[in-house]
Design a protein around this ligand. Structure first.
Ligand code: AMP
Ligand code: GLY
Length: 415
């Protein structure tokens, strides 16, 4: 079977790597891929007619969508009568990620454990609510914002500044929500669903802040590890009951066409696990650790969502821990330089995985093209050992102004 993976980050490189291990996979194309992937095709993935034409020409029968934008733009609906399977939710369901307000309405309507919230737009005055919470709120822009639309506030001033920032970026009528600020460790649960059943991969933890100790601005993710020890069996059972099952019931009740990935971003609070957000796709960089940890055939798993066998499928995982440290261009998530030659990749040990993100190939060289450049992923029986190996491997790699966090997975070591 020929497959097309849409996207160009570390997540997509990991998807391609895992899909290629399947006996059923023939050519895996990537639209548009990066310096680490083969069979790259330069097509705009928001141009559904072009993607369709490519799939027909190359006899692609399955499309796997990496990023959220084509899903919220309705790629599943656009392929409805083509006979080509698109792994992802339809446009109605993709609102679970595309609109923070609609997503919270869905959570509340279907009894999913989550913080209380209020929705606002242009002329509304949120002052009373903000002072009730003494500024301990989170302000979220309603639409997609590549992780930059969420403001975790510590004072009334910060909350008002956040709202002004949203209005200056997205217009004075921009819709936003304000919710209670929660406290606790975060865990990402990523599952594959056919809209009725779900099969979850291992729980993982992302590191969104740019600098050590969770300091600095938010990024797309500076590293990840799995399984996250904080997600004990008891906690996972509670998450099942209070978050995952109500979500599935909601998806069924709403009549969503949802054969794809659902991502639960959860905070483990004193009052139990609370859902912060849904994503309707694989997380990045979580995918770079959860796919290596998956023993089962990913392509088989995805196909079970289309032929009704997902409910009968049991997933198998490798033992031990997987750690991913993301190497970034100095300055990211702010301004950074590109086109830096990356050296030392050939010296990585054979058991180390290297998933490219912002890279491109020029002759025999690999150069940087983005903020997040490369993911170095190592595995070991003990988490401590996996972390140690990962940082030792990173010493072999260099490019001008290379940066990374030095404390990936430390929360897991202290759990
Ligand atoms: P979201 O995109 O909604 O997951 O928010 C991005 C990040 O903001 C999360 O990973 C959390 O670190 C933080 N966050 C979101 N909502 C809350 C909340 N209610 N309380 C505390 N932190 C939050
Ligand atoms: N790792 C968080 C995300 O993919 O949105």
């Amino acid at each position: 079977m020929n497959i097309a993976v849409l996207g160009s980050g570390g997540r997509e490189h990991a998807l391609v790597w895992k899909l290629q291990q399947s006996m059923k996979a023939d050519t895996v194309y990537v639209l548009s891929g990066n310096g680490g992937t083969a069979n790259n095709v330069a097509i705009d993935i928001s141009d559904f007619d072009a993607v369709k034409a490519f799939c027909k020409d190359m006899s692609v029968s399955l499309v796997i969508v990496g990023p959220e934008v084509p899903l919220t733009e309705g790629i599943v609906d656009a392929f409805a009568n083509t006979g080509i399977m698109v792994f992802g939710p339809d446009k109605r369901a993709a609102v679970l990620e595309g609109s923070k307000i609609q997503s919270k309405i869905f959570m509340k309507k279907h009894g999913v454990a989550t913080a209380d919230f209020h929705a606002f737009s242009g002329g509304d005055d949120p002052g009373k609510l903000i002072s009730e919470y003494k500024g301990n709120v989170v302000v979220k822009f309603d639409g997609l914002a590549a992780g930059k639309g969420v403001y975790v506030c510590h004072s009334e001033d910060e909350a008002h500044t956040a709202i002004r920032d949203i209005q200056s970026k997205y217009g004075s009528e921009a819709e936003y929500l304000i919710e209670a600020k929660l406290q606790g460790q975060e865990v990402s649960i990523i599952g594959v669903t056919d809209g009725r059943s779900i099969n979850c991969l291992l729980p993982s933890q992302d590191h969104k802040a740019a600098y050590d100790g969770d300091k600095g601005p938010n990024t797309g993710g500076m590293g990840a590890y799995c399984p996250a020890p904080v997600a004990t069996e008891a906690i996972l059972n509670t998450i099942d009951e209070t978050i995952i099952l109500p979500t599935l019931n909601g998806i069924e009740a709403e009549g969503f066409n949802y054969k794809g990935v659902i991502y639960f971003g959860i905070m483990l609070t004193e009052d139990g696990p609370m859902l912060l957000e849904y994503n309707v796709r694989f997380g990045d960089p979580e995918t770079e650790v959860i796919l290596p940890a998956l023993k089962s055939d990913l392509l088989e798993l995805i196909l079970t969502c289309f032929d009704g066998r997902l409910g009968e499928t049991e997933l198998e995982f490798y033992d031990g821990y997987y750690v991913d440290v993301v190497l970034t261009s100095g300055g990211y998530p702010g301004a950074y330089e590109k086109n830096k030659a990356i050296s030392g990749l050939e010296n990585l040990s054979e058991s180390t995985l290297c998933f490219h993100a912002g890279t491109y190939r020029k002759g025999d060289s690999i150069l940087t093209s983005g903020g997040r450049v490369i993911n170095i992923v190592c595995h070991s029986k003990e988490l401590k050992e996996a972390v140690y190996t990962c940082y030792r491997e990173i010493e072999k790699i260099s490019f001008d102004k290379m940066a990374f966090r030095t404390d990936i997975a430390h929360k897991g070591l202290n759990t």
